[in-house]
Design a protein around this ligand. Sequence first.
Ligand SMILES: Nc1ncnc2c1ncn2[C@@H]1O[C@H](COP(=O)(O)OP(=O)(O)OP(=O)(O)O)[C@@H](O)[C@H]1O
Length: 271
Amino acid sequence: MVESKTPPTVEASLTALAVSLRGVTKTYDSGVMALGPFDLTVRRGEFISLLGPSGCGKSTVLRLIAELSAPSSGTVRVARHEGEVLPGHGIGFVFQEPTLMPWTSVRENVRLPLRLAGVPKAEGRARAEEALASVGLADFADAFPRELSGGMKMRVSLARALVTDPDILLMDEPFAALDEITRFRLNNDLLTLWRSLRKTVIFVTHSVFESVYLSQRVVVMTARPGRIQADIRIETVEPRGEEFRTSAAYSDYCRRVSAALAPSYSGQSTL
Ligand SMILES: Nc1ncnc2c1ncn2[C@@H]1O[C@H](COP(=O)(O)OP(=O)(O)OP(=O)(O)O)[C@@H](O)[C@H]1O
């Protein structure tokens, strides 16, 4: 007998948990207590930003979620999607550096996670091209990384993270090294992608402006060991765009987030 599955209701899928960290601490072998206790709940499809001073444990949180590191205490739970799970356990990771292989094409760079998973070459190439199209680089599959601008390399890195169709996208200061106009463009394109793909996104940034522009929630962390200082919901008319960036509401949110961040810094400007 074939079992029929009832698809989850919209309400259920909106409230389903994607990630949960409970009482998590992390002390590295060096004795540095990086985190905690730290509690965080992220719902499926949410876009949240983690903001905090340098060294407060933002990357550590991402590494714990990706299971690249284990907590010293507490629990980290990540919802897995049903069916096919490719390497990375349903998680895509984008780092500050695009880390592309210089000796091969953009297509092969994007195909790498599928190649490692043993996906047949033809299928892998088709999926890599699809991922490249989703980040606006359909015409650059045969190019080499050295032929691309910094923003384009970051798009390739994003395509590589998306090619396995992960449920959760972890992004560690991906646009920090880019000029402002390129960064704004990538912010807009990332929001468009998020709206169409409905991934859960956990985005690490040092920029108050970027966090408010992109996220539904900005989670502000204390200085090390990182804990939650504030969890601020950004509510505005969707889809957001340039008019939000120049609105009074945007400035108000930036002020609120900045004020929440201020105690974590000693006398430094947070904007
Ligand atoms: N593998 C490691 N071994 C020892 N200490 C580490 C390790 N990784 C990170 N740390 C330390 O743990 C603390 C938190 O590091 P983490 O990279 O998570 O902070 P962060 O908030 O992402 O910093 P930044 O904003 O500067 O990138 C820092 O003091 C860092 O030096």
